[in-house]
Design a protein around this ligand. Sequence first.
Ligand code: NAD
Length: 259
Amino acid sequence: MAPRDLLDMTGRVALVTGAGTGLGARFCMALAEHGADVVAVARRAEKVENVADAIRKAGGKAIAVSGDVTDTASIKAAFDAAEKAFGTVDAVVANAGIAEAGRAAEISDDAWRRTMATNLDGVFYTAREAAQRLLKAGKHGSIVNIASILGYGVGKGNASYATSKAAVIQLTQALALEWAFKGIRVNAIAPGYVVTDINRDYLTSGKGAEMTRDIPVGRFGREHELDGALLLLLSEAGAFMTGTTITVDGGQRIGLRGS
Ligand code: NAD
């Protein structure tokens, strides 16, 4: 008997924000490889067009939509486009995020707002839009928010980022509790350091190499190493999981600094 593919996403409509680069682009590929119809959303349409093209060339189904997660009208338009192409979105990855370093005493009003607007408001607006449409359609779905291990611990210079990611973890629980009985699951992934555009310059510098000493497995993560957690939470394999955050960090959270 052939094993059942627990992580199969065939027939599902997946929407990924911040999909033009890095983890978001990888999430789109992983979802398409598992059979989902993919809606890749990002501010720069040309970037996501490349992602959608790559999926189509590999035999999958995908569209690229431009959208800014800080703007609710733009999110609505992205979900409208998704529905028109494939039907109700029932798998969501709220991945768009920014990281701006800065010592707390020097963070400007604008910089603080920018981080919260993208990393927290953007996740809430995306999840709320998805849930409203699923509730209206009477369908079940699954939402995954991308947090960070900095949602649990802090470092100097990341007050705004770490605070926004801690809020994403708490928001995930709040939404999960409200929507569980309606068949909408909400979970999060807290990645450790994975080399992408957001951090490549820093992580590949000398200082970056030093940072691997704090990671028990001895290296940074690779983009595809979040695929398993993502597919678990979005597919039927995670049917009894909601309100949880999965840490994928090479053991960084459990390691004592310098040990
Ligand atoms: P990235 O910079 O490559 O990707 C972030 C994407 O979000 C970009 O494509 C960017 O254009 C998009 N984006 C930013 N603001 C947006 C907005 N207002 N509307 C729509 N899209 C917007 O970096 P990444 O590493 O792929 O990050 C993806 C997510 O993973 C982020 O939420 C980040 O905080 C989180 N994360 C990354 C790491 C890591 O080590 N790479 C670790 C923990 C968490």
